[in-house]
Design a protein around this ligand. Structure first.
Ligand code: NAP
Ligand code: ZN
Length: 364
């Protein structure tokens, strides 16, 4: 390690003591959880966590909605903080830097998928929580905790002009929407539809607008219309209003569907132009139902997208720095009770537009 002294808790021969909030099962409340992070290696960055966003994925995982949850679970993958210490081979970070960690903390880095800078799709990728390290044994614990130790390759730089609290959700919600916008070359000629104005959706609107697209928000109710326009949308459709949806048929080049719950995609596909693209980023618990004739007649591309690679995540953060884009957040104290209330409100789509936990103050 460098001569920089860590202030990160007491150390023991096997690891560094850390604390966070964990659940022991899908039906038990959050509790204070003491655990150990690994001793930092030469390529590791030690980050004091300041903020962590609450992504809907945390909720799916805590409640085992995807039937793949491992407990105890410390959720959280929208992490920002300050570097406390770096290993001897770390090149791009030093103590005091603003750093971010998203949904993954490692991958094999050798396969053709990693070589394409799409580590998130690597068969061996290690997620930030509810996963294991590359050894397939050591559990990973996420950002509802006071510190995290991550290989340099999986740490991002947060541009200095972005506040650490409102930047935190960029590490998941930001990259998840940025990546397909770039893949489908969104620009001023693009008629873009964003379905669901939640954490992902609201940042998708800002990013799409900054790329020059004409953005239409498709939401379940009229209530978010004004917000959508303030975020940069030019049009707004209420998905439950058949007339509105029919009038807008065949108008969109690209739809990014961020909806977290099972829903009917047929009316959404009807909005696409001939050979338009429907890209799912939301992960509801039920399979999508798509009629054969929609496929035959419209020849749409039906696709999906998982966060983004590390190179693209840094590119997204730099884009946000350049355009001064951050998330609209409700910053809250981090306690087991406030997390539960935030989960309940997020499920009801009652958040403007992302809860962010004040981690630093919780674990002072
Ligand atoms: P969120 O903040 O809860 O937003 C989801 C939005 O979906 C809501 O605000 C609501 O928007 C809409 N919605 C909710 N229930 C609905 C229903 N029954 N029918 C139609 N629309 C409904 O969630 P999020 O954090 O943005 O995450 C969204 C989804 O993306 C989750 O499933 C999450 O796991 C997934 N995700 C995927 C990736 C990836 O890499 N692909 C990354 C992060 C998250 P309106 O009020 O406007 O209708
Ligand atoms: Zn997420």
């Amino acid at each position: 390690m460098t001569s920089k002294q860590t202030t990160a808790n007491t150390t023991s021969p096997i690891g560094i003591a850390a604390k966070g909030y964990a659940v022991d099962s899908a039906s038990t409340p959050f509790k204070l959880f003491n655990f150990e992070r690994r001793m930092p290696a030469a390529d590791d960055v030690v980050i004091r966590i300041h903020y962590c966003g609450i992504c809907h994925t945390d909720i799916h995982q805590v409640y085992n909605e995807w039937h793949m949850s491992k407990y105890p679970m410390v959720p959280g993958h929208e992490i920002t903080g300050v570097v406390e210490q770096v290993g001897s081979s770390v090149k791009h970070f030093r103590a005091g830097d603003h750093a971010g960690v998203g949904c993954m903390v490692d991958s094999c880095r050798k396969c053709h998928i990693c070589k394409k800078d799409t580590e998130q799709n690597c068969a061996d990728s290690c997620l930030t929580y509810n996963s294991t390290e590359l050894d397939k044994v050591t559990p990973t614990y996420g950002g509802y905790s006071n510190l995290i130790i991550v290989k340099e390759h999986f740490v991002c730089k947060i541009p200095k002009n972005l506040p650490l609290d409102a930047a935190a959700p960029l590490l998941c919600a930001g990259i998840t929407t940025y990546s397909p916008l770039r893949r489908y070359k969104v620009d001023k000629h693009t008629q873009l539809g964003i379905v669901g104005l939640g954490g992902l959706g609201h940042i998708g609107v800002k990013l799409g607008a900054a790329m020059g697209a004409h953005v239409t928000v498709i939401s379940t109710s009229e209530s978010k219309r004004d917000d959508a326009m303030k975020l940069g949308a030019k049009a707004f459709l209420v998905s439950k209003d058949d007339e509105q949806m029919k009038t807008a048929a065949n108008s969109l080049d690209l739809i990014i569907d961020t909806v977290s719950a099972p829903h009917d995609v047929a009316p959404l596909l009807n909005l696409l132009k001939f050979e338009g693209v429907y890209c799912a980023v939301g992960a509801p618990t039920k399979p999508l139902e798509i009629g054969a004739f929609t496929l035959l007649m419209k020849r749409p591309t039906i696709t999906g997208s998982l966060i983004g690679g590390m190179k693209e995540t840094q590119e997204m953060l730099d884009f946000c720095g350049k355009h001064n884009i951050t998330c609209d957040i409700e910053k809250i104290e981090a306690t087991p009770e406030t997390i539960k209330t935030a989960y309940d409100r997020t499920v009801k789509a009652d958040v403007k537009y992302r809860f962010v936990l004040d981690i630093l103050n919780a674990f002072k």
